[in-house]
Structures are given as C-alpha cells and as structure tokens.
Unconditional design. Structure first.
Length: 111
C-alpha cells in the first residue's frame, strides 16, 4: 500500500538549504525543474512518540556520530556536541536557513 515517504523541510532560505544538503551532506538529488531539488533518502524508519499533534521531527541516521561531527568540521560546519541518549547518540547541524537537522547514531534494533 505505501511505497515510500516524502519528507519536507520548511525554511526561510530554500536555495541555501538545498545547496547544503547537496554539497555538504552530499545527499544525491535530481532537479525536478526550475532548480527544485528532490533528494534521495536512504532507507528510513518511522517512530511514533507522544507529544503535541502536528509536530513532527526529522533525524538523519549515521553509523558513527563522532565521525559525522569530524566530517562536518572538515567542511567548516559546526555540529552540536554528541550527546548520549537512551536510544543512541545524537548530534545535529543548523541549516543555512536557520532550521535544525538532527543526526543520530542508533543503538536500538532497526527494522
């Protein structure tokens, strides 16, 4: 029934955030017309947590949070310090448009 997911990031600077995803995070993409980039995401998982309805969050998954932070530093991007969580280790980056993008190294079983 479901064949995929389309995730949206809302931003005050679309061009800068698209360039960051393409050039810094090196996420493959296509131009679907007029510079509107659609990014290929790796396999995904979906968790359901209690909280306010209408609030959703995106985290990208990495194999090694420390390596991610180091890779960002090499590209001149400051990542948040790695924090231990019950479910893994988390970090994140601020996109050029001002939004936060979470990144985590999972320690939980994955589908």
């Amino acid at each position: 029934m479901i064949s995929g997911a389309h995730v949206m990031i809302f931003t005050k600077d679309e061009a800068a955030d698209r360039a960051f995803l393409r050039d810094v995070l090196e996420i493959p993409c296509i131009d679907s017309g007029g510079g509107w980039l659609i990014f290929k995401l790796p396999p995904a998982e979906l968790g359901v947590h209690s909280g306010d309805n209408g609030f959703h969050q995106i985290y990208l998954i990495c194999d090694d949070a420390d390596a991610f932070v180091a890779a960002m530093a090499e590209k001149g991007v400051t990542a948040e310090p790695v924090k231990p969580e019950e479910w893994g280790r988390s970090t994140g980056v601020t996109l050029p448009g001002g939004g936060k993008l979470g990144v985590y190294e999972p320690h939980h079983a994955r589908p």
